[in-house]
Design a protein around this ligand. Structure first.
Ligand SMILES: Cc1ncc(COP(=O)(O)O)c(C=O)c1O
Length: 331
């Protein structure tokens, strides 16, 4: 699940009954196509899935630059927002969840938001294959491999593993099973080699090799977190805003709490929240590098969009270990 949102609201959400219907469509050749339809989704929306569309940013983000020209529809949006009944919450506090785990199972939940922009860019550049990099069980790598398959592109994954396993078959466990089912090429690198060489050089070396073989590779960085991928979470803010406008009795969120693994999610959420009238404070818990590392990294993403804002002013980042420390009663 992606975010935890805190808010004050007037009334609980009302659930809308969902029914299954079957529809028949007759094509011009007289062929009969039958499919199931979940009520609530329009036919046009269903046919928009896996299509590339011109992108129009929210008005409040229209001064950012560069603005992506296209977006590729890979996920099922909007994802639900619902109340989560945690015990012992402070008075007048509610916790709501934004269920980005429900964007479509094969694409690994929240990862798809950045990929919608990155894959559209890959197509725009005439790529015939995608390169990305991450840990041996990286959800981002799995999502990229599946997205590449949807788009009929080859996918090359560089996966980080321990020194003892780097020359062994990584097997078919967890995300590797999905990656191999969709035909991704997997190359292993030891953690030591990864830290010494760095992800940018490793992906560029593979890119050079593929170029020399006549391929047209497109490189996606760790976690899909570059300035272009950041648009995925600027869009998520637009989605949350629309849900607040349409939702029964939700008046707004004060805070958004989210994990930070490669930085793109908090860059988009905090910039979108700051620019739009959502104005929720974004709190991030870094699961790997230090808060200082991520303030700098997010600053680079914001500068890449000419946002003219300091990361330290729009997001608060803490090391997740400090929270475990507090939760154990040491703070
Ligand atoms: C549930 C969840 N939230 C947030 C993130 C952070 O994403 P990012 O890599 O953009 O920092 C991740 C990624 O690992 C995640 O799995």
């Amino acid at each position: 699940m992606l975010g935890t949102c805190l808010l004050h609201c007037r009334s609980p959400a009302v659930s809308v009954p969902v029914t299954n219907r079957r529809r028949r469509i007759h094509s011009s050749q007289g062929r009969k196509l039958v499919f199931s339809l979940m009520e609530g989704g329009g036919l046009n929306e269903n046919f928009g899935f896996l299509s590339r569309k011109p992108y129009v940013p929210p008005e409040w983000a229209s001064h950012l630059s560069p603005i992506p020209s296209h977006v590729f529809s890979l996920g099922h949006f909007p994802t639900p927002v619902h109340k989560w009944n945690l015990p012992n919450l402070p008075k007048n506090t509610e916790v709501w969840l934004k269920r980005d785990d429900l964007t479509g199972m094969q694409l690994s939940g929240n990862k798809v938001r950045k990929l919608e922009f990155l894959m559209a860019d890959a197509i725009q550049h005439g790529a015939d294959c995608i390169i990305t990099i991450g840990g041996i069980q990286s959800n981002h790598c799995r999502a990229t491999a599946v997205a590449a398959k949807y788009l009929n592109l080859d996918c090359y994954l560089i996966l980080r593993t321990s020194k003892t396993l780097v020359d062994k078959d990584p097997g078919l466990t967890g995300n590797l099973l999905v990656e191999r089912l969709v035909g991704a090429h997997v190359e292993l690198v030891s953690k030591e080699e990864y830290s010494k060489t760095g992800s940018v050089v490793l992906t560029n070396l593979l890119k050079e090799r593929l170029l020399s073989e006549g391929r047209r590779p497109y490189v996606i960085p760790v976690g899909g977190s570059n300035s272009l991928g950041t648009w995925g979470y600027i869009e998520a803010v637009r989605e949350i805003q629309q849900q607040i406008q349409r939702g029964p009795g939700i008046i707004g969120f004060d805070d958004i709490v989210v994990a930070c693994g490669s930085g793109g999610t908090i860059a988009g959420l905090s910039l979108g929240s700051w620019l739009s009238d959502l104005k929720a404070k974004v709190h991030a818990f870094s699961v790997c590098d230090s808060p200082d590392y991520f303030y700098d990294y997010v600053q680079g993403l914001l500068d890449g969009l000419q946002a003219g804002v300091s990361s330290r002013n729009i997001v608060s980042i803490q090391d997740w270990k400090s929270c475990i420390w507090l939760a154990k009663g040491h703070g």
